[in-house]
Write a protein that binds this ligand. Structure first.
Ligand SMILES: [Zn+2]
Length: 143
């Protein structure tokens, strides 16, 4: 009986809130709030498959969108790849003083049971975050 109570308690205890990475590949990211219902787009389907890869829950994740900014004073080239795999310069942005242009959007998906975060970038690449991604330097493309 006590085991059942413990299980029930664990299942209903909210995962401690944790801030998403403040940087992405060195660039500042501003995240919006988490919401379970705000993103009824295909992004959600891409961001999560059938269940959480860590705890296996089928509960829908909570999601947040982030805006990525250039570092002040730095020109930024945004590269993309054609369908045939050829890289091309998609955009070049330059900081104009006070204003820093948005480079791209990120969508974070957080498991409501175990707190596992995954992030999908504008190119559709998905990243599962680990401990190193929450440090002061944020998340870097590695491994
Ligand atoms: Zn999970």
């Amino acid at each position: 009986m006590s085991d059942l109570l413990t299980l029930a308690y664990e299942a209903t205890t909210p995962t401690p809130w944790r801030a998403l990475p403040t940087k992405w590949d060195g660039r500042e990211v501003e995240w919006g709030g988490f919401s379970t219902f705000a993103f009824q787009t295909t992004l959600r389907l891409h961001a999560r498959t059938e269940c959480c890869e860590r705890c296996g829950t089928l509960d829908p994740p909570t999601m947040a969108q982030g805006s990525m900014y250039a570092l002040p004073g730095q020109p930024v080239d945004v590269w993309a790849t054609t369908r045939s795999g050829k890289p091309y310069l998609r955009a070049r942005t330059v900081d104009e003083g006070e204003r820093v242009r948005m480079l791209g959007r990120l969508t974070a998906s957080r498991c409501t049971r175990c707190g596992l975060d995954t992030v999908i970038d504008r190119d559709g690449d998905m990243w599962t975050l680990d401990e190193s991604d929450y440090g002061p330097e944020g998340s870097f493309r590695h491994g």
